[in-house]
Every structure is written in structure tokens, then in C-alpha cells.
Design a protein around this ligand. Structure first.
Ligand SMILES: O=C(CO)COP(=O)(O)O
Length: 256
């Protein structure tokens, strides 16, 4: 049985004041929700500040990126998975489309990062998804398949039991133009079927989030789809009440 998982990707947003205000409002009410796992992913600099607001809360913290080298060393500006372990951070978003586009992360690097995160028994949130151009030229399945195969070849199918996948169509990110529940479901089913070709049990187990302009008013319809197990939320996760409403929609969607 899959429990829906909602994660807030704050991207390059946040401040000490925002963290106090946001999480102060959010966490108490989030505790009342059943059947949903929740995480917030602030910029790495604010992980400690978020953790101090989350003591005795079931809401977890994650980071938005991690170095493709484990351990410690001369990698200016990077955060290592060993630091995540040290700081008690269980989740790392890997391969977000903004990292792939603006920082030239390749499928291979993304696969390496997934492997490094898994190696420390942390959970990668692996982002995949197509551009508008790719969708319009019927390349969606080819693109997500290529992105997934790179990771399957690196870590093996069994490892997917410990990976969260986030399907984020790039054309729906930050545009207010969400994929319809049917469009999103079609790709989620494709992803699950692809995994099932390798291992049916793992495919049934893997949590596949949808990301791209999820808002309180479209969350329930998306999360009601049979292969959509919660969401990776950008803009709407910055507003505590919107984020709460989205988490509530996930908690009310039936377990799959
Ligand atoms: O990129 C996203 C989450 O990682 C989605 O962002 P928006 O919810 O702002 O569209």
C-alpha cells in the first residue's frame, strides 16, 4: 500500500522570519492529518532553522540538491550526502528540471546522485519530465523512459523501493498551467508500467508524485488518480495555508 507523500520545494525562497511564520502556522495543523507523509525542502542554508521548527513534528526536511561526490573534499559550493546524514536530513531532491536546465546536470550525473543518496540510506526524490516542445512532438514517453533507464542501469530496479519519483512536466512548472489529471495519470501509469516490466512488486510500491502548478483547487483531482501518490509543490508550498490544503487533499485521497 502506498501512502501519499507531499513535499514542498521552496526553491530559492525563504528567510528566518518566513520559516518561523510559515512552519509556526503549518506544523500544528499538519499533525492532525493522517495517511500522508510530508516534507519541506528549504535552501540548504536554512535546514537547521527549519529543523528547529520541526522538533517533535512528523514533518520531515529535505534538500533540493546534493553533490555527485560523496564524502568531503574540494568541491566549492557543494553539499555532500555525508553532511545530510550528519544533520539528520532524510530526503534529497535529485535531478530537478531547473538543475538539469540551468546547471547542465546530465542523466548520468543524476543517476550518480541517486546512487550516492541511496548508499547512505536516505531517500532521493528523483525528478523527471519533458519540455513543452518534447510533449508537442510526442516525445514525453521517450524522455521519461530515458531519464528513468539511466537510473535503473545505475542502481538496479530493486533500489526503486527506496526512491520517490516526481513526474514534473517542465511546461507546467511555475506556469500556472497544470497537466490535467488525465494527462498526468497517463504518464504516471507509463512510468509504473515501465518499472513493472522490470519488477512488478517494486512498481506497485514506488511512490510517484506529480509536480507542476499544483494548487489547493486542483490537488484533489490530481491525487485521486490511481497512479498519482501526492505531489512535489513549488510556489504553493510557500503559503502555509495553501500547502496545508494540498497536504489535506493528499490525506483524503484513497490509499492505493
Ligand atoms: O518545480 C516544482 C516543484 O519541484 C513545481 O513548481 P510549481 O508548483 O511552482 O509549479
Amino acid at each position: 500500500m502506498r501512502i501519499p507523500f507531499v513535499a514542498g520545494n521552496w526553491k530559492m525562497h525563504g528567510s528566518k522570519a518566513m520559516i518561523q511564520d510559515h512552519l509556526g502556522q503549518f506544523t500544528q495543523q499538519a499533525e492532525a492529518l493522517n495517511n500522508v507523509n510530508i516534507a519541506v525542502c528549504p535552501p540548504s542554508l536554512y535546514v537547521s532553522a527549519v529543523q528547529s521548527q520541526l522538533t517533535s513534528s512528523s514533518v520531515k526536511v529535505g534538500v533540493q540538491n546534493v553533490c555527485d561526490q560523496a564524502g568531503f573534499g574540494a568541491y566549492t559550493g557543494e553539499v555532500s550526502v555525508d553532511m545530510l546524514v550528519d544533520m539528520g536530513v532524510p530526503y534529497a531532491i535529485v535531478g530537478h528540471s531547473e538543475r538539469r536546465a540551468f546547471y547542465c546536470e546530465t542523466d548520468r550525473q543524476v543517476a550518480d546522485k541517486v546512487a550516492i543518496v541511496l548508499d547512505k540510506n536516505l531517500t532521493p526524490i528523483l525528478c523527471i519530465g519533458e519540455t513543452l516542445e518534447e510533449r508537442e512532438s510526442d516525445q514525453t514517453e521517450h524522455v521519461v523512459k530515458t531519464q528513468l533507464i539511466a537510473v535503473i542501469e545505475k542502481v538496479g530496479i530493486a533500489a526503486f523501493a527506496n526512491i520517490v519519483i516526481a513526474y514534473e512536466p517542465i511546461w507546467a512548472i511555475g506556469t500556472g498551467k497544470t497537466a490535467s489529471p488525465e494527462q498526468a495519470q497517463a504518464v504516471h501509469a507509463f512510468i509504473r508500467n515501465l518499472l513493472a516490466q522490470h519488477d512488478t512488486a517494486v512498481a506497485q510500491q514506488v511512490v510517484i508524485q506529480y509536480g507542476g502548478s499544483v494548487k489547493p483547487d486542483n490537488a484533489a483531482a490530481l491525487f485521486a488518480q490511481p497512479d498519482i501518490d501526492g505531489g512535489l509543490i513549488g510556489g504553493a508550498s510557500l503559503d502555509p495555508m495553501d500547502f496545508l490544503a494540498i497536504c489535506k487533499a493528499a490525506s483524503q485521497s484513497c490509499l492505493k
